[in-house]
Design a protein around this ligand. Structure first.
Ligand code: SF4
Length: 216
């Protein structure tokens, strides 16, 4: 199956795929992305209303007491590190970028809490700049669909996807791959019986039999 055919199936499966982190502006989007490391978007969406009510902009979060921020996000894993990161991010944005979330990879990764994956999401969601963040879903799905090798690092996977997928499709395909990984191609017990990729899947030997049914 060609990358174009994979894209076609993803379009049919998830025509409305989008970022599921709740946000009202670039500041909220960027903070939500930092908080989403190693946790679900749903978990982040439960804490951000209270966080953004108390700290509605980068300047207020930059001046925050770390313990108060920790309490507001304490239901998230790694909440102490994340509190430190978002305060540092807000300080950087306030002091170096006049309160605006920067729009370049180099500037973004210079800020606390922002790695390449986060920066790619921020570029796409805040600025509409084509980018393709490789998170756990995108990594797993890429390998199962043969778009990357099992041992490829996230940087290698990103480069391969960017070569195989047209640039104008990067943001949309990124969301569709996340939806596919989140709702169908789970890490454990994927719903292979409903999958249009079962004939090319590198995992199919493990997952073909579901409830006594065979997926091909
Ligand atoms: S066949 Fe199963 S494991 Fe393979 S891509 Fe489809 S859902 Fe994922």
């Amino acid at each position: 199956m060609t990358p174009e055919e994979i894209i076609g199936h993803l379009d049919r499966l998830y025509p409305d795929a989008r970022c599921e982190l709740d946000h009202r502006n670039d500041y909220e989007m960027a903070v939500a992305v930092i908080l989403s490391a190693q946790t679900t978007d749903a978990s982040v969406n439960r804490v951000t209303p209270g966080l953004f009510e108390r700290f509605p902009d980068p300047a207020s979060l930059a001046a925050a007491d770390q313990q108060e921020v920790e309490e507001l996000i304490s239901s998230l894993g790694l909440y102490r590190n994340k509190a430190r990161s978002i305060i540092g991010f807000a300080k950087g944005v306030t002091e170096r970028f006049e309160g605006r979330v920067p729009a370049s990879m180099d500037e973004l990764v210079s800020l606390p809490g922002v790695g390449r994956k986060c920066a790619n999401v921020i570029l796409a969601e805040c600025h509409g700049i084509p980018s393709l963040a490789v998170d756990t879903h995108v990594s797993r799905v890429s390998k199962r669909l043969g778009l990357a090798y099992a041992k490829d690092t996230v940087d290698v996977i990103e480069r391969k996807l960017c070569r195989k997928i047209p640039r104008e499709r990067w943001i949309r395909t990124h969301h569709q791959m996340i939806f596919f990984g989140r709702y169908l191609c789970h890490a454990r017990n994927p719903k292979c019986i409903r999958c249009p990729f079962v004939k090319i899947c590198h995992e199919k030997k493990k997952n073909l039999k579901i409830g006594g049914l065979t997926a091909v």
